[in-house]
Design a protein around this ligand. Structure first.
Ligand code: BGC
Length: 814
């Protein structure tokens, strides 16, 4: 059945709805779902985050998810076919969890490495982002599930994201920030898009008539649903006239009753409501929720092995930045001893913080992965080396906890087990019989059995009144200062507050209680209970930890050091202020490298970090946030079972001061994208500053020679040979450049890419089609795309700074 036929069912259903019901359908019924309307055969449409897995409607680990690598890792794969399979797996997960719309992919650009959600986005390049995102969306839709590519548009930073007005010139908007969305609409025909929190050149995005109605729908022909970011909608008339279809979450939001009232008062035309309802019903029909309208995909596609794909996607995105004297891959049978160093080698960071978090069904740490993969003849010594941060962690090992809910009179009105110390309850997560209105306090109670004797530190995360008692010691009774922000979800992004230490004895259980009195915020804030018990066990001496690691490294054949960022460094809700690795990790690497020349550093971070020791070590492997199979994939790559498949999707600076764009903090509510089209490599080439590693860089385990390049019409093909001694995969990148400087353009820009594989000694051909857009700019004065005729060089390259072979192409006036 085609959409046209589906529309007939939609029209018939629409005709049976009165104004109040229509208005109600456009607002969340709760945190994650729209209402059902049995009278017209409509079931409830369920949304869920996204983008690295499908969390489901409860923010708890009871129903875990396959956790895939984060956006930067997928960007680094340069592999649309992989992105498509990732999408299909997400559809499978969504179906398993009763979810119909996956809130992703995140396709804002890497404007600045300081952006807090950099890890979630794919690249600094709009073309690479668009091609991968379109494949991801197509993959999810192959499985009959919808997506909302997000956040439309220009949501490149977190600071004041709710209120910031981003001033973006029309050329930068078209050539950079809108471009990936345009590609997704053109190539994948998406069923949804998410409208961002921020404003762009004045109007806030949920009310942006020009960008949502005129550009997205009018020019590009998008026929899906525009869904607000969570609590982004703030004005009924503005949103419905600005093209926003669905206000999430509910029930308290600008649609529903307020929308029906606005129509009755003559402030909104009912036809606008009808248009939005049509789009919601079409979305519901496409995913199979509207009776009489067969879904776009009638039966679930063939099942995918989630663990296997998570592992493939992880090593497919690993980027080998440096590999002196072929330090990698390791020749396991020739090794006796490996020293594995770093807190993150045992507690891998597999994802970034915020809405992108899912509860993984398992996590394979580098320690588990290597232990499992190494032959018995190799001894593996593990040392933490250093703590990443002094921040408390969530209470976990040794704690047995439950939550008791009371009303204002102190009567117990509900109880629930707490599988983790984290309470994040919105409407659907509340224990049975409890509602946000009736609950007054929630108490986390239980026991803690320490592993070590000594001073244990306790604290909490969250806003509102807290009372913490451990083993009879009252450690806190008060209310922390609320952050100065208008972010409606700020309660989710607070840092842990340490409250005091208690001397405890290993193996002897003690009682713990954290009482939380939920703040009753105004309507603009999210109605959720968000707080957690935080904890840290007695510390070993910091110097002793480093010494132990250095001694282990000196005695081993190879030292592998895993360095990482922490959750509070890379998370939704805040931008970064520094690119330094937290804690004493830089010192740890330098000291280990001085003790063992075969030191391999694994960088477990979702976004660029400074690597001041990078020339001191034999190899640097970037694993990003690799998802649940982190350690298995790492072992595959370290031991040469798989190649590191990734190439940098973003330029890696030496230090923050070199990064071309560092302004992410608005002044007086405004953030100027004053660099215009010059972000990422477009900017680096202009300033001439050398980055640590350029865009597109990444080494494999074999060598390639580029033999022949042909351009015929718009088809470019290059023949290349694997000149190494093992099979390999190469990401062939095509850039164009021109000597014509009459129009301010980047020195060179990405025009296409293709991945090829070849056995040792064999040659293979990579072919791409050049698109018109490659030779166009957005003419600001005329308000349209215009082709820039002239002579262009087309280069086949291994990164933006290493062209291998080139030819010329003449573009004639359109
Ligand atoms: C994020 C979105 C997310 C939504 C729902 C918002 O805070 O910006 O990316 O999909 O929450 O969790």
């Amino acid at each position: 059945m085609t959409d046209a036929e589906r529309m007939r069912v939609v029209e018939a259903a629409l005709a049976r709805l009165d104004l109040d019901t229509k208005a109600r359908l456009l607002a969340g019924h709760d945190e994650w779902a729209l209402p059902d309307l049995p009278r017209i055969g409509l079931r409830s449409l369920v949304f869920s985050d996204g983008p690295i897995g499908v969390r489901g409607v409860r923010w708890t680990p009871e129903d875990p998810s396959i956790a895939l690598p984060s956006g930067t890792a997928l960007g680094a794969s340069w592999d649309p076919e992989l992105a498509r399979r990732v999408g299909r797996l997400l559809a499978q997960e969504a179906r398993r969890k009763g979810v119909h719309v996956v809130l992703g992919p995140t396709i804002n650009l890497h404007r600045s490495p300081l952006g807090g959600r950099h890890f979630e986005a794919l690249s600094e390049d709009p073309y690479l982002t668009g091609v991968l995102a379109a494949a991801y969306v197509a993959g999810v839709q192959d499985g009959g599930v919808a997506t909302t590519a997000k956040h439309f548009v220009a949501n490149e930073a977190e600071t004041a994201r709710y209120s910031v007005n981003n001033i973006v010139g029309s050329r930068a908007l078209r050539e950079l920030y809108l471009a990936p969305f345009e590609t997704v609409v053109e190539k994948a025909h998406p069923w949804g898009i998410m409208s961002a929190y921020n404003a762009v050149n004045g109007p806030t995005m949920t009310e942006h008539h020009h960008l949502q109605n005129e550009v997205l729908r009018g020019e590009w022909g998008f026929d899906g649903c525009v869904v607000s970011d969570w609590m982004a909608a703030r004005d009924t008339v503005g949103a419905i006239t600005g093209g926003m279809d669905v206000a999430m979450p509910g029930p308290q939001t600008v649609y529903g009753e307020p929308l029906a009232r606005a129509v009755r008062a003559g402030r909104v035309k009912e036809s606008l409501v009808d248009d939005a309802v049509r789009r919601v019903l079409l979305l519901a029909a496409r995913v199979g929720l509207l009776e009489g309208a067969p879904p776009a995909v009638p039966a679930p596609p063939a099942p995918i092995d989630g663990r296997a794909l998570a592992r493939e996607a992880a090593h497919g995105g690993f980027v080998l930045l440096r590999n002196e004297n072929a330090a990698l891959p390791l020749d396991a049978p020739a090794l006796r001893d490996i020293a594995l160093i770093g807190s993150a080698a045992r507690d891998a960071r597999v994802m970034g913080g915020g809405a992108a978090q899912v509860f993984p069904e398992r996590v394979v740490s580098p320690l588990d992965g290597l232990r499992g993969a190494l032959p018995d003849s190799v001894r593996l010594t593990y040392c933490p080396g250093t703590r990443l941060t002094d921040e408390l962690d969530l209470a976990a090992e040794g704690f047995t906890l439950r939550a008791i809910v009371r009303d204002a009179e102190g009567h117990v009105i509900g109880e629930s087990a707490l599988p983790t110390a984290e309470v994040q309850w919105s409407g659907t997560d509340m224990p049975e019989g409890v509602s946000y209105e009736t609950l007054h306090s929630v108490e986390t109670v239980g026991t803690f059995t320490p592993r070590k004797s000594g001073p244990h530190t306790f604290g909490f995360k969250g806003l509102g009144h807290q009372r913490l008692v451990v083993d009879g010691h009252a450690l806190y009774d008060g209310e922390p200062d609320a952050p100065e922000t208008d972010d409606p979800l700020s309660a989710y992004f607070t840092s842990p507050i340490p409250c005091g230490t208690v001397d405890l004895t290993a193996g002897k259980p003690v009682e713990v209680s954290l009482l939380h009195i939920a703040p009753k915020p105004d309507e603009a804030h999210n109605q959720a209970v968000v707080y957690s018990l935080a904890y840290h066990e007695p510390e070993r001496d910091a110097e002793e930890l480093i010494e132990e690691a250095v001694t282990a490294a000196a005695a081993a054949d190879v030292a592998v050091v895993v360095v990482a960022t922490t959750e509070s460094v890379e998370s939704e809700g805040a931008d970064r202020t520094s690119l330094e690795l937290p804690g004493r990790q830089d010192e740890l690497v330098s000291r280990v490298a001085a003790a063992n020349p075969r030191t391999i550093v694994v960088v477990n971070a979702g976004a660029p970090v400074e690597l001041p020791w990078r020339e001191e070590v034999a190899a640097v492997l970037l694993s990003w946030f690799p998802g649940q199979e982190a350690g298995a994939a790492l072992a595959d790559v370290l031991l040469g079972i798989e190649e590191p498949g990734g190439r940098l999707p973003t330029t890696w600076p030496v230090c923050l001061a070199d990064a071309p764009v560092t302004q992410v903090i608005p002044e007086d509510g405004t953030l100027h994208y004053s660099e215009g089209v010059f972000i990422g490599y477009r900017a680096w080439q202009r300033t001439g500053t050398a980055p640590a590693y350029p865009f597109g860089h990444g080494l494999g385990y074999t060598d390639w020679s580029y033999e022949r390049l042909n351009v015929k019409d718009r088809t470019v093909s290059v023949r290349l040979r694997n000149t190494g001694s093992r099979p390999g995969r190469e990401v062939v990148q095509f850039y164009v450049t021109t000597a014509d400087r009459r129009i301010e353009r980047p020195v060179r820009w990405l025009a296409g890419f293709a991945t090829v594989e070849a056995p040792a000694g064999e040659s293979v051909e990579a072919t791409i089609e050049l698109f018109d857009r490659t030779f166009q700019i957005w003419d600001e004065a005329a308000g349209q795309w215009t082709t820039v005729p002239g002579v262009y060089a087309v280069e086949a390259s291994r990164s933006i700074t290493s062209p291998q072979i080139s030819t010329t192409l003449t573009i004639t006036p359109a």
